[in-house]
Design a protein around this ligand. Sequence first.
Ligand code: ATP
Ligand code: MG
Ligand code: MG
Ligand code: MG
Length: 572
Amino acid sequence: MSNLFLRTLREDPADAEVPSHKLLVRAGYVRRAAPGIYTWLPLGKMVLENVSRVVREEMNAMGGQEVLLPALLPKEYYEASGRWEEYGDTLFRLKDRKGADYLLGPTHEELFTLLVKGEYSSYKDFPVVLYQIQEKFRDEARPRAGVLRGREFHMKDSYSFDIDDEGLQEAYDKHRAAYIRIFDRLGLEYVIVSATSGAMGGSASEEFLAVAATGEDTFVRSTESDYAANVEAVRTPAPTDLPVEGLPEAQVHHTPDTATIQTLVDFLNGAGLGRDFTEADTLKNVLVKTRAPGSKDWELLAIGLPGDREVDFKRLEAALEPAEVALLEEADFAANPFLAKGYIGPKALLDNKVRYLVDPRVVTGTAWVTGADKTDHHVIDLVAGRDFTPDGTIDVAEVRDGDASPDGRGTLYTARGIEIGHIFQLGRKYADAFKLDALGPDGKPKRITMGSYGIGVSRAVASVVEQSHDDKGIIWPREISPADVHVVGTGKGGEVEEALRIGGELEARGLRVLVDDRKAAPGVKFNDAELLGIPTVVIVGRGLKDGLVELRDRRSGERSDVPVGEIVDRTV
Ligand code: ATP
Ligand code: MG
Ligand code: MG
Ligand code: MG
């Protein structure tokens, strides 16, 4: 430590509110360079590398292959996917000397899709999982809490490429299992919650939330089981006995007639959505959930909207007043406009998944009504149980503290968490945008299906500190601690030399060691040892003249005197 580039601080930084921010700065792990932009000092860099190593080991073990893509990216790829616009102000944009537009990558779906398209072309090449650990850039509206929400931050992002839906599900499940191992090894307490809520045709997506009062995400958990869910997506068993009497038959609905199209065009133009629509518009479907004033019954309304994303959804919702309206999802397939109650479109059928609105819940399931599997055809008036098999779950839009837990054990209460990981079945969104196909065994091209999976590596460092600290400082789990042992030498009777000797021996036995050989008062050294948070501390001080050193456990606070000759064996 006498030549370590480290200065600890007595005072909390003025801009810090949460424990991890205060402690990582005070203990000299990070320094603020600009809002949401941080420098990692030597000890901090070691922790960051340790987290990366755990992530890397588990990603490699599940079959992922590490690559490193550029962070500086030309606009054209993000324009092709629509994200140059979609990302809005969060995207860092810049120009090169010739005036061409560039961006700093916030996440890399586009480039990974293009990378695979450039190298692979046959179904035999797949599946493949690629990942990188890289700095990401997002101009967050509210960078906060130090490295918890940075504008430049470290992320592990991986992408899976598969020939079919079963392959994607497998890649997703493998990622989920790898994430569980990673977050367990990091010593984090976390829950896994569904990240989608009532979105028709939506694909599976789950978030890993580190439990912390300072977190920005709210979730519900049970008082008596380990059940946990996103507030918007509590899953309860689907009823199998839905009332079918009086409901119309399911039918395949062809491209709507001119009158229907005109009704919708008039409606859209009357809604003041910022542009004029004509029947010739390339339309994308938007699903809207509506409820007439005073009515208990929800209706699913599917309307076509232009694909160029000029529509202001807030205004659309307003335009649908006085019916009570909530936007469910923008489905990503092109189709002509129509109105329907109970609905499934070609894309959803291709995926063989149905969501059906049942006052006011959405049931997911597998359809067995077919015939709509072509452009401009849709099945309407589907009824769960009659026309498709519910897969046993319902997304409920709202829960309250004290509601019964869906697993029948205990009641629900709300808690807060930090999003440390996110796994997501993308489906064919990017493969469609970049025409990523593989030649199938029949010689026909088959569109690839993808997943994307993120871990906030720098955020994970701060999340561990949020969960693992006391009023004196950080308490690192050994796996990611900058050292295994902190040997503190205090006194002028050869204690510092003895500390260095013990440190050397421990190192020879394979441990990572930090020795405090500074010329500083014992109190300063003890305080720093607690602040830095290395799990095992050895004090070489007053007891040395009696042949004793002190062994301290940072987490439990336990202390014991150990003969010098035994300390190495006791510590290893
Ligand atoms: P958040 O909801 O916190 O804004 P996100 O959903 O936008 O995160 P993703 O796009 O899912 O983030 O990115 C994958 C992971 O990257 C997240 O789960 C999170 O752990 C991490 N991450 C995202 N934004 C930041 C940030 N600004 N600083 C640090 N880590 C971040
Ligand atoms: Mg975000
Ligand atoms: Mg999020
Ligand atoms: Mg996310």
